[in-house]
Design a protein around this ligand. Structure first.
Ligand SMILES: *Cc1c(COP(=O)(O)O)cnc(C)c1O
Length: 427
């Protein structure tokens, strides 16, 4: 499938049925799998043979959908997780342990920021946050001898900063560690971070990949290029024998192409069990089949709305990397030449009160803690997700009180603009 163009891979990647087999990916709704001899089963447990034995670790439906996302990103191996949060946790925890350190962009999703700065800190894994706009020198200064990974988001949710992937990859590789990029917002339709030097890509498939607000999920994809053995002293989990698998060394047995995902499945999925249900994987695949058709429409709507808002007298500012006035326009031209995503954020001159009137008056855009849905939705972080903060703290966190995040769906842009225009008139 990798010879085909991206749209063809969206529709038919990951699964090619044989004669008389189901045309659509079958939902294998089974927790367990049957074997004739205990020797057969034993080989699976020792990772001597590949196959299914328990759906907490692997399920055929999930693997077909993971294979499609792997083809879309241009990786060598991939896996699904129960959520985007689980994907980011697994991607980091697969190579970091107590005493290790992460360099992360400060422009990342709040959930991931909490995961790294609070929960992983409790596990003894510390982090240094750097601005997504950090210079090479500033990036360099963030590393420590125990740094094991660099983490960032292609387009940050909700800050909408665009990551200079090449710069972050260069810094990571100069220090012998991989770059992990959460590519949720652009999806592989608009950006493939591996082409710019990223080593691991993660997704909240809950967003555009599903695209219909239906199924929670995540994915981890490995580029299969990072040479773990060349930095063996940093990655003992991959480069020294795993006693829980009779002394297998993942990087030796599965090579650069397979070590990361095999370890992540056989250790972390086994022990944490954050597995996506095969029903959800099936629904996710329906979303993937139209991803290449939907993303350009999300971008078209967002671009039109961003331009409309930019020229409106009641609007103080607009963040959208497709606007030539945007701070990230140049870097977006490089990494997101076909546009980024359907999410726009903006501030109203009337502040917090104006934001609340605006959102109340919207008819098509519903107030939701969600983005990247076929239906337009919006959120004022100051009165919802960031409600506990005062105006000063909100400003520091990059989500000033008046900020509205609007995720443009797949409706007709004329209707969306008319709806937004009416809501602005009501202020
Ligand atoms: C939503 C989101 C997540 C978390 O994903 P869930 O599927 O909600 O767990 C992680 N990263 C980004 C960029 C997101 O937008």
């Amino acid at each position: 499938m990798s010879d085909y163009k991206l749209g063809t891979r969206c529709v038919q990647g990951g699964y090619t049925p044989g004669n008389g087999e189901p045309r659509q990916i079958p939902i294998v709704q089974s927790t367990t799998f049957r074997y004739a001899t205990s020797e057969d089963m034993g080989k699976l447990f020792d990772l001597e043979a590949s196959g299914y034995f328990y759906s907490r670790l692997q399920n055929p439906t999930n693997d077909l959908v993971a294979a499609k996302i792997t083809e879309l990103e241009g990786g060598t191996a991939g896996m699904l997780t129960s959520s985007g949060q689980a994907a980011n946790f697994f991607a980091l925890f697969n190579i970091c342990e107590c005493g290790d350190h992460i360099v992360a962009s400060s422009g990342i999703y709040g959930g991931t920021f909490n995961l790294i700065s609070v929960t992983m800190a409790k596990m003894g894994i510390t982090a240094t946050f750097v601005s997504p706009d950090a210079s090479e020198e500033e990036l360099d200064a963030a590393f420590r001898p125990n740094t094991k990974a660099v983490f960032g988001e292609t387009i940050a949710n909700p800050a909408l900063t665009v990551l200079d992937i090449e710069k972050f990859a260069k810094a990571a590789h100069a220090h012998g560690v991989p770059l992990i990029v959460d590519n949720t917002f652009p999806t592989p339709v608009n950006c493939r971070p591996f082409e710019w030097g990223a080593d691991i890509v993660t997704h909240s498939t809950t967003k555009y990949m599903d695209g219909h607000g239906t199924a929670l999920g995540g994915a981890i994809i490995d580029h299969g290029v990072f040479d773990w053995m060349a930095h063996a002293e940093k990655f003992p989990g991959l480069c020294t024998p795993d006693e829980s698998y009779h002394g297998i060394t993942y990087a030796e047995k599965f090579g650069k192409e397979g070590a990361f995902i095999t370890k992540c499945t056989s250790q972390l999925m086994r022990d944490f069990g954050s597995m996506q249900s095969p029903q959800n994987a099936f629904i996710l695949n329906l979303g993937l089949e139209s991803l290449h058709v939907r993303m350009p429409k999300h971008v078209e709507n967002a671009q039109a709305v961003a331009e409309f808002l930019y020229s409106h007298p009641k609007v103080a500012y607009v963040n959208y990397s497709g606007l030539p006035t945007d701070k990230y326009y140049e870097v977006a031209q490089k990494y997101l030449p076909h546009g980024g995503c359907g999410v726009v954020s903006f501030g109203l001159k009337g502040g917090r009160e104006a934001a609340s009137v605006f959102m109340r008056e919207l008819k098509l855009g519903a107030i939701e803690t969600h983005v990247a849905d076929a239906r337009t939705c919006c959120l004022n972080p100051a009165t919802s997700t960031h409600r506990q903060m005062n105006d000063e703290q909100l400003k520091e966190a990059g989500v000033p009180a008046e900020l509205i995040r609007i995720s443009l769906g797949l409706e007709d842009k004329e209707d969306l603009i008319a709806d937004i225009s009416n809501a602005l008139d009501a202020i």
